[in-house]
Write a protein that binds this ligand. Structure first.
Ligand SMILES: [Zn+2]
Length: 237
């Protein structure tokens, strides 16, 4: 193994020694930050999946995500994935109830034993610059040791996808929809239970486009799990 790869692998295994939210020497969250990163936010996304977020894009949650995503703190994947686990379990409950409802009154069939986590895609160049796809890593940590979860990456962004900085909501949606591609070999089988995962929801354009692309390919992702809700409450929808 190349030395750089080896050191990367070791970083993935090391748990943080400081608070993910403020850097105080108490891991994974200090007593001041912990109550502020435990919560729920349900941004309303018409024509999109039902979204459940850990919290608003503010305070220690926002700081922890930025440290993880932009400042090379890959060791924060574990505490951030731990925050995603309870809302994911709520989604899995809703998914099971929904499937049971759909199956009634036909003969009882058990709901699927496996749910697929599908990370929203990052631009390849951005992922390279960050030392890997940060949402994919969160999904893998979430699914580690859980036989009911699997991770697949059927969505990717075409190389020509423009950076969304400076685009308004409509331009952003068009840019995304035109650049999303499906990797057929990575698709869960049709009818499989699937949950989209992303780090931040802003306009909702990403999750809406991802869901539409998956639906066109026969996979229904009716729920999305997100770390931070950055939607404006008085937004376009
Ligand atoms: Zn703290």
């Amino acid at each position: 193994m190349h030395l750089r790869e080896l050191s990367r692998a070791l970083v993935e295994l090391v748990l943080p020694a400081d608070c993910a939210g403020c850097g105080d020497p108490v891991a994974p969250w200090c007593p001041r930050c912990l109550p502020r990163v435990r919560g729920r936010s349900r941004p309303d996304l018409p024509d999109g999946p039902d979204v459940l977020a850990v919290g608003r894009y503010t305070g220690p949650l926002r700081t922890a995500l930025l440290r993880y995503k932009e400042r090379g703190r890959r060791d924060l994947a574990a505490p951030l994935a731990a925050l995603l686990a309870p809302p994911l379990d709520e989604i899995l409950d809703e998914l099971r109830n929904e499937l049971r409802g759909e199956l009634r009154p036909t003969p009882v069939r058990p709901p699927p034993a496996v749910t697929w986590l599908l990370p929203a895609p990052s631009r390849a160049a951005a992922a390279r610059a960050r030392g890997g796809d940060h949402v994919l890593r969160l999904c893998r940590v979430l699914a580690a040791g859980r036989p009911d979860l699997r991770v697949a990456r059927p969505l990717r962004l075409a190389a020509r996808a423009r950076d969304s900085v400076g685009l308004d909501a409509v331009q952003r949606a068009e840019n995304l929809a035109g650049s999303l591609r499906i990797r057929p070999r990575e698709l869960p089988s049709p009818g499989a239970a699937a949950v989209l995962v992303d780090d931040v929801i802003t306009t909702g354009a990403t999750l809406r486009s991802c869901r539409a692309a998956l639906t066109a390919a026969g996979v229904h992702a009716d729920f999305a799990l997100v770390l931070c809700d950055a939607t404006s409450r008085s937004g376009p929808w």
